[in-house]
Design a protein around this ligand. Sequence first.
Ligand code: F6R
Length: 615
Amino acid sequence: MCGIFGYLGKRKAVPILVEGIKNLEYRGYDSAGMAVASDKGRVISAKAVGPVVYLEKKIKKNRLFNGDLMAGLVHSRWATHGGVTEKNAHPHTDCSKNIWLAHNGIIENYSELKSDLISKGHKFKSQTDTEVIAHLIEEAKKKNSLVLEEAVRVTLKSIKGTYGLVIFDKREPGKLVIARNFSPLVLGLGKDELFVASDATPIAPHTKRLVYLKDGEMAVLKKGGYKIFNLDKKEINRRHLDIDWSYEQAQKGNFPDFTLKEIFEQPIALENSCRGRIDLKNKKTVLGGLAGLENELLKIRRLIIVGSGTAHHAGMLGKIFVEELAGFPVVTDIASEWHYRRPVFQKGDAFLVISQSGETADTLAALRGAKKKKILTLGITNVIGSTLARETNAGVYQHIGPEIGVAATKSFVSQSAILLQMAIFFGKQRGLSDAAAYKILRTFRNLPKLVQKILDKSEDIKAVAEKYKDSRDFLFLGRKYNCPVAYEGALKLKEISYVHAEGLPTGELKHGPIAMIDKDFPSFFIMPKDSVYDKNFSNVQEIKARRGPVLALTTEGNEDLKGLADDVIYVPEVPEILYPFLAVIPLQLFAYFSAVLRGQNVDKPRNLAKSVTVE
Ligand code: F6R
């Protein structure tokens, strides 16, 4: 949420910053702004409402941006405080326009601070919470003649809230000060140059060497290197990590957008999430991230899985996998709800958090609540070195490369695949038979090919989407393994095509929702030939009896639905536990084509941003 990118080095900063913020735009795209400084303390800035290209156009028109500007920062905004206007776009500055900063996060006590600053004569130009930081730094510098890092330190001690900050003062050229508290910030170590960003994507073209800042830390970046400190001035030494994906993976290639690219990457995403982890010969799964913890994992009596949005849906699927294969209870919850309640833990509990980005504020808050109770914490994330990865006791990485489309697609199949492997692992510890494990694993290994088969027929799904493109409401219905898939199908449709959609366990239809059904209200049934097929079939008839249009996803070769459902989509036959991996693909494609046909910006749906780092 909000993208920040900063550069300090020997090259001209402007083209690097422009390119960088384009790669980070999925974190926020309502406005953007840049400030760059020369070694002599000259600053040029620009802001624009709308996508980053508008900022880029402004910069191209202004020759001053061509100068020797070797340090700077750029920001793409997802508005929290204050409307989407140029004045509210970052960077923000103090009264004297010496201090420039970009911020991701929320300053909770900004209104008291602002009143106090106004009473001291400070003039505010924006409605944002962020601007108080610039004035506070100005005030601290003025009062005590502090260097920038000292003034920032004093300021950070007076603010409450979350921040990822990049700051410079034009009177101290060749220096950036950065700070983090619950909003991600990562340093990139190039040759004679330093980068800082909200995530690794814009740094990847320049260097693979990353250093993640932790909460409550700040760093001073200078031409000769960098130093990390905590807010009590204690210097911190941290080894760098290497990114495990290439810059090309963060590009669209021949696809019209990232969302379609990522939908089509799912065969390889599945392969990568299982690589080296399926031991077919010994009928088991091998999860390196859990190695050494076998005894503790065997003591688990209850697993609590939390996540947000799509990650929560994967967690719901994980619950069914674990209960079915390992036979111990699992509760799942939405992270934001879990951590507001008074969770009751018991002996033998373990806490599993799922987050593609590893930086979702709600999910991290839930994790921190569990850690306070000294519960074993496990994680599933895609981002190496992310906060989730660092703060859990152990976990499993997704290894699917960057997911840039705001709608989570490949992350769902990957998280679900890891959950199934975990369930088999827990199951084998608790007596799951070799035969049962083998039956699943044998086909599981072939899922990439089966997913590819569905993708190869994407034009068929497009034709179905075309038929329903004017529908304003949708129900997505599934039972057992496919209930979480129904939730996920509905979420995809609403978030990228803005069509009202609800995911429901099919059995709930008769307890209320069926009242909405009429000839204009379609229902999308996810009903492969599985143990609950007959029940679903009766529900289809109930909808048809009320003249509701029905789209049905079922198993290849099943002829029952012809003449009953209005449209039928087929997926290959697999053991029932594996259907979610196949069923979700047509739903993603349906949402994708529905959005394209409605003319929506699929990669950057309105009001949303990738990686929700504020609560
Ligand atoms: C839906 C979507 C969101 C994310 C959610 C969690 O398509 O993208 O619902 O799944 O914000 O994000 P992570 O997995 O990064 O914690």
